[in-house]
Design a protein around this ligand. Structure first.
Ligand SMILES: Nc1ncnc2c1ncn2[C@@H]1O[C@H](COP(=O)(O)OP(=O)(O)OP(=O)(O)O)[C@@H](O)[C@H]1O
Length: 345
């Protein structure tokens, strides 16, 4: 377990953040300028702090020099040595688990090449490999995909998933891309103006209407775990979630594999009566468990669907017009997207 409390005052900004991160991926999420990079630089010992208490498995890291903290750090840009081959870049920090690292990141075909001949996605995979071969006890990934275009991102994400599933150390993953976060992370720490405003299990935070102002209305929305139960001839996949069966577009996952489904709050429509003659495929019977008015025209509506929690975003006008109250039984019409094409364990 990683436990962090760091503070640092700049003239116009104060970082005062405390959180815990177990093994697995913890997303550090927040708007630009919220302090994500400052926070993980502080954890790495790369910036001075007014106060720092950082322990990993009970070991106090705060008093150690950065290179003694056993931390692997991957930046937005790969920062490889241009004159060294991929293999020499990988071995720069150490040779821990060399074969396994090369295998999990698919680096074998690249070993003799130089960074200049690699794509951006390949460079990031090498940077990840280099960090892992130093046998880190903690991995810090600072927006490792943000410099890549969508196809390159899609190329690297499965490697990050494989890495996540095969590594037993805490991984802090800085991102402001909720699709990436929802796909990779089990936990999330949300920063706003230098402070942790929400943190916890990803499913809990994303289903919490009170967290919507910090996540942002566009990114808010539940993530459900499910199991692929079938692929239809007309190109859809049926996923059994704790909230009921959902159809998502495309042939995703493999039969009976675990999968995550993201349901953005803005893609959920509420109806008092069971809808008929509608093109939407997914209609769930739900109970309203919470209503959270924001400062804008929206209301975040928390919903219980079987064992699953969902979130809907409706206008205050609709909410009042429909007379929505906690405890009401309504129908949720939703568009769902599978966010992890492979198994997510
Ligand atoms: N050395 C410094 N001196 C003064 N202010 C700083 C310094 N370093 C960071 N800041 C300020 O701290 C705030 C947080 O910056 P930080 O880079 O940590 O945010 P971020 O959430 O990582 O943003 P982004 O998503 O844009 O990378 C910003 O307002 C920044 O100007």
């Amino acid at each position: 377990m990683l436990q962090v409390h760091v503070t640092r005052a700049f003239p116009d900004f104060t970082l005062d953040a405390a959180f815990e991160a177990p093994a697995g991926v913890t997303a550090i999420f927040g708007p630009s300028g919220s302090g994500k990079t400052s926070l993980i630089r502080a954890v790495a010992g790369l910036s001075d702090c007014d106060h720092a208490r950082i322990t990993l498995g009970g070991r106090d890291l705060s008093t150690l020099k950065p290179h003694r903290r056993n931390i692997g750090y991957v930046f937005q840009d790969a920062r490889l040595f241009p004159h060294l081959t991929v293999l020499k870049n990988l071995r720069y920090g150490g040779r821990h688990d060399e074969e396994a690292v090369i295998a999990v990141l698919g680096l074998a075909p690249l070993l003799g090449r130089h960074p200049a001949s690699l794509s951006g996605g390949e460079r990031q995979r090498v940077a990840l490999g280099r960090a892992l071969m130093s046998a880190p006890h903690l991995l810090l990934l600072d927006e490792p995909l943000s410099a890549l275009d969508s196809p390159r991102k899609a190329e690297v994400l499965p490697y990050l998933e494989a890495l996540r599933d095969q590594t037993a150390i805490p991984i802090l993953y800085v991102s402001h891309d909720m699709t990436e976060v929802a796909r990779l992370a089990r936990r999330i720490v949300v920063l706003d103006r230098g402070q942790v405003v929400v943190s916890g299990a990803l499913e809990d935070v994303l289903a919490d209407p009170a967290a919507v102002p910090f996540i942002g209305v566009r990114d808010a929305g539940a993530v459900l775990s499910g199991r692929v139960v079938g692929h239809s001839d007309d190109g859809l996949t049926k996923i059994e979630t704790e909230g009921g069966a959902l159809w998502v577009p495309g042939a995703v996952g493999r039969a009976l594999g675990h999968i995550r489904v993201r349901v953005p709050a803005q893609d959920v429509i509420l109806s008092r009566s069971a809808p008929e003659g509608l093109s939407a495929l997914n209609v769930l019977s739900v109970t309203i468990t919470g209503l959270e008015r924001g400062t804008g025209p929206d209301v975040a509506v928390a919903l219980q669907a079987g064992q699953a929690r969902l979130l809907a975003r409706v206008t205050a006008r609709s909410c009042d017009g429909m007379g929505l109250q906690v405890g009401d039984h309504v129908f949720a019409i939703l568009k769902a997207t599978a966010i992890a094409p492979g198994d997510v364990g």
